[in-house]
Write a protein that binds this ligand. Structure first.
Ligand code: NAD
Length: 251
């Protein structure tokens, strides 16, 4: 039997993109990783890449909007490893419609993942971390929480609304779970992932021109900041929001 891991993390939306980079980065820091996603093939592939780094990988096929599933899977992770040190809420879906176009059903289904999904996993994990006497939660929001959708944005009205909600959720969790659990948020700018590559199209030059660091971000640019929030010791930040956007929204 293998020894219990010394540190563990749950990453939602870990099959690809930013979530995958976060899972790999935390694995490099020695965390066993529970990877939550709906994309079966990508999930298996990323879980393999995590395991290749020499840590335990636990792929979990689940929809983060399912409240009961979150509780069930968190119980499984806690039973397998005996601890959950880090939760990264990252799974989200694009919401391209504007206020005058979006339907009630689209609003509801987007909010179910982009906002309620973060609640589901935070509430399920919190008791485990509280009982253990510590833990870190990191919520992936977006600069569009602060700016609203810009001309090149893949996602618009309901997405910006949910992402702003995540900042409120982060601050509320940070206060309610202090001093035991530290909760912070990261706001990525325009990051090159499977999702954005297909959609940025003709706006690419514009985005790069408006970005002081003169390039799109990478998933690794986000993962390095998340890994800092997950591992830096000592840690005297909670309820903070960090923009990782190449300076695009300096104010
Ligand atoms: N890429 C960007 O430019 C950008 C910018 C700002 C914020 N973000 C945020 O970063 C995070 C990751 O974005 P990305 O670009 O890597 O997206 P992505 O679409 O490439 O990856 C998201 C992953 O989440 C999974 N997922 C979606 N809904 C799910 C659900 N209900 N249950 C389980 N898994 C689900 C998807 O299957 C996918 O693997 C998201 O929160 C996104 O809003 C991305």
């Amino acid at each position: 039997m293998t020894a219990a891991p010394t540190r563990t993390a749950i990453v939602t939306g870990a099959a690809r993109g930013i979530g995958r980079a976060i899972a790999l980065s935390l694995a490099q820091q020695g965390h066993a990783i529970a990877l939550v996603d709906l994309r079966e093939k990508d999930l298996a592939q990323t879980a393999q890449e995590v395991a290749a780094l020499g840590v335990d990988a636990m792929p979990i096929m689940a929809d983060t909007s399912d409240y009961e599933a979150a509780r069930r899977h968190v119980a499984d992770v806690a039973a397998r490893w005996g601890r959950i040190d880090v939760l990264v809420n990252n799974a989200a879906v694009p919401q391209p419609r504007r206020i005058l176009e979006i339907t009630e059903a689209e609003w509801d289904s987007g909010m179910a993942v982009n906002l309620k999904g973060y609640f589901n996993w935070s509430q399920a994990v919190a008791p485990v971390m509280l009982a253990a006497g510590g833990g870190r939660m990191i919520n992936i929001s977006s600069v569009s929480a602060n700016t609203g959708p810009r001309i090149f944005s893949v996602s618009r009205f309901a997405y910006s609304t949910a992402k702003a909600g995540i900042l409120g959720m982060t601050r509320a969790l940070a206060r309610e779970l202090a001093p035991t659990i530290v909760v912070n948020a990261v706001c990525p700018g325009a990051i090159e992932t499977e999702r954005t590559r297909a959609n940025l199209g003709t706006h690419l030059d514009h985005v790069i021109r408006e970005t002081p660091l003169a390039r799109l971000g990478t998933a690794e640019d986000i993962a390095v900041v998340v890994t800092f929030l997950a591992t830096a010791t000592p840690m005297y930040m909670t309820g903070e929001v960090i923009d990782v956007d190449g300076g695009a929204n300096i104010n």
